[in-house]
Design a protein around this ligand. Structure first.
Ligand code: ATP
Ligand code: MG
Length: 425
């Protein structure tokens, strides 16, 4: 029979890799708790309409990347391609945005986009997203950036990522700029790549984002969004820059940074690396003051970001920043030879787990000779083996053998095991 395989671009995270995932997730969760952010958990499936209305009909995601299907009632549903839309929906649905109360939340989980799978780009991938509501900034914009900078330091990535920053102004600013840009590009229509030609009508700002070198060359002399910002937007941006300067966070202003989703305005930013090839953005976000109203709520300012966990993990591995202790998933491997030893071994192990709740102990299952069990203990990576044979069981003792850097085996009374392990670990 043909064996079945996972869907292309959707990866299993195998036991050997999950410790690194947990390390990253725990780091982020702890950091966010330290800044007063609370977790929110949304469904993975949402009504298709939600993404059309928030991300925008003429974006890559909605045009060609969504996993959309009709359920048995004939309702059109979509596997979430990102978290912001669902988060805003949930905040609105549960009345959490009323009366101007500031909200700071985060979420994590799989996202789905039908893109061409390659290193750092998958069809199921994972994000941790952070969203804040009812704060107009730029202080909160700065906080989000400062906390990501702290995360990079904690993960040992600080030298490999740089911050790109831009302001998209107000929607009126963008409308005026769009007209100027379209006029400029229309005069050079024939020189544009096919995608950019198509976008010129539907979503001209995305042309700035084109990866095509000829199009990029054409954009050098194009009108600059920065010249179309109103005074308020300008002030917001310069205050943000001043806050980042004060916090010692370096940035590069990138006037062509526009982001791929329609809902952004004012602040946008990306953390990028040159260490992962083409998939260089590890974290991206910005302000989306219009989205809450666009989804049917009373206007509420908002700003947030999302980071791609696969890309961050690739970066941690590329930079060899995987903490050595992750290789070590066990403290103790318990070897029991013979039926009597197996019985008392189980009892002793449970007692040890009561006494040392942090202890990571693998109790050998499946019997076998002392030699074969000891081999497995050695291979397990545990620094210590506890050894219980017939003789030990009769004497109510146990052998404690260091498995690394040699070391002599000690014989301990059962009552002393917990205290001795606590000393050693
Ligand atoms: P890109 O320009 O790389 O396609 P994006 O602008 O579409 O990214 P966002 O929607 O802003 O990405 O998502 C935030 C982050 O999620 C990205 O910076 C990236 O780290 C990660 N990400 C996005 N799409 C994928 C994907 N298909 N596979 C893996 N990670 C992804
Ligand atoms: Mg994309």
């Amino acid at each position: 029979m043909k064996t079945l395989q996972a869907v292309r671009g959707m990866n299993d995270i195998l036991p050997a890799d999950s410790a690194l995932w947990q390390y990253l997730e725990t780091k982020v969760a702890t950091l966010l708790a330290g800044y007063g952010y609370q977790q929110i958990r949304m469904p993975i499936v949402e009504p298709t309409e939600l993404f059309k209305r928030s991300i925008g009909e003429v974006t890559d995601i909605v045009e060609k990347e969504m996993y959309t299907f009709d359920d048995r009632n004939g309702d059109s549903l979509t596997l979430r391609p990102e978290g912001t839309a669902g988060c805003v929906r949930a905040m609105l649905e549960h009345g959490l945005l009323g009366s101007g109360v500031a909200q700071k939340v985060w979420y994590t989980g799989p996202m789905f986009r039908h893109e061409r799978p390659q290193k750092g780009r998958y069809r199921q991938f994972h994000q941790i997203g952070v969203e804040t509501f009812n704060l107009t900034g730029p202080d909160i914009d700065a906080e989000l950036i400062v906390l990501t900078a702290r995360l990079w330091r904690q993960l040992g990535l600080q030298d490999a990522v740089t911050l790109e920053l831009n302001s998209l102004g107000s929607s009126e600013d963008r409308a005026r700029y769009r007209d100027a840009l379209v006029t400029y590009l229309r005069e050079r229509f024939e020189q544009l790549d096919a995608d950019s030609q198509r976008r010129l009508d539907s979503n001209p700002l995305r042309v700035l984002d084109s990866k095509n070198p000829d199009t990029q060359a054409l954009l050098v002399d194009a009108p600059k969004l920065a010249d179309y910002l109103n005074d308020e937007a300008r002030a917001h941006f310069s205050q943000l820059c001043a806050l980042l300067d004060a916090a010692g966070v370096e940035y590069r202003i990138n006037p062509r940074l526009v982001r791929g989703l329609d809902y952004y305005g004012l602040t946008v930013f990306e953390w990028v690396t040159d260490r992962l090839g083409a998939q260089g953005t590890v974290c991206a976000g910005g302000r989306y003051d219009g989205l809450v109203q666009q989804l049917g709520g009373k206007p509420a300012p908002a700003v947030g970001f999302a980071m791609g966990l696969e890309r961050l993990l690739l970066l941690i591995q590329t930079l060899e920043q995987v903490p050595a202790e992750l290789a070590n998933q066990l403290d103790v491997y318990l070897v029991t030879v013979g039926e009597a030893a197996q019985r008392s071994g189980l009892q002793l192990a449970e007692q040890l787990r009561d006494d040392l709740p942090q202890l990571r102990m693998l109790v050998h299952c499946g019997g076998g000779s002392f030699k074969s069990q000891f081999k497995k203990a050695d291979k397990s990576g545990a620094p210590y083996a506890l050894i219980l044979g017939e003789q030990e069981t009769l004497e109510q003792t146990i052998g404690l053998k260091p498995l690394r850097d040699g070391g002599e085996q000690e014989q301990l009374a059962w009552a002393d095991i917990a205290a001795r392990l606590q000393q050693l670990l």
